[in-house]
Design a protein around this ligand. Sequence first.
Ligand SMILES: C[S@@+](CC[C@H](N)C(=O)[O-])C[C@H]1O[C@@H](n2cnc3c(N)ncnc32)[C@H](O)[C@@H]1O
Length: 261
Amino acid sequence: MADVVSLDQILDGWIDILQSRFKIEIAHDRQAAFFKAINQLGSSIGESEEGFLYRAQNRLLTQHDWAEIIHLATNHETRFYRYKAIIDLVSKYSREFARPRVLSVGCSTGEEPYTFAVEMNEKGFSNFQVHGIDISAPCISHARTGVYKQNPAIPDRYVSRNAAGQMKFYDWLKDFVSFEEHNVLSDQPIDFAQPTTIVTQNMLIYYRRESRIRILENLALMLPKGGYLITGPAEAEEAHWKPNYLERLTVASASVFRKSE
Ligand SMILES: C[S@@+](CC[C@H](N)C(=O)[O-])C[C@H]1O[C@@H](n2cnc3c(N)ncnc32)[C@H](O)[C@@H]1O
């Protein structure tokens, strides 16, 4: 490391490396918080700001380090029953399939996939699967435990509750739900064939237009004929995405596309 570099250059270095290696974009308003967190992570392993970036650029970090870095670079806010309109659409469209398969893209710590599973049980479905994917390894590890802070939105028959204020989904409910660490911008296939409904909400908003379109195109390719792609209201419109092999449905509460028969 011959040259001394400024903190701005170090931040630019991280932004560049996350973009070029993982296609992750860090929104401008999140860059300061990301930089603080990344430098704390570096100092926890005895590295200066510059030294930590040097190790990243020169492939001297472990897979575990990278999982932490990617986790810090992305926003993971989520909650159970976050947006009722999309939850209702998932149940409604699932009625069209003998074995509904719901894919939650950018599922964070799992509240969204478990919500779909609980709601589909409430609506009487018994033969379905929900799969959640997220780029963050810590989020997927948490999701797989099925343990959360107690939440009154989840009825007692799905969880056991303890005195420490936690709830844990019963194994029978967990059997409906699977999780996978996956970067939806990568070329790797998702380990969940033929999803009948794909939901991605509050994830596209962190990406620029070209990346949003690439994600939407990748997801559309996974759908079987008659399958649905749902995003939060305006998340697809903002990207001005106009797929020519999906039909756009008129739904006020979300952006909904259906693969033509
Ligand atoms: C704000 S959370 C939204 C969680 C949930 N969908 C909801 O609406 O409550 C966004 C999630 O997308 C994930 N994410 C961001 N980029 C991703 C990518 N390229 N591939 C997979 N997941 C990604 C983040 O790790 C984060 O957990």
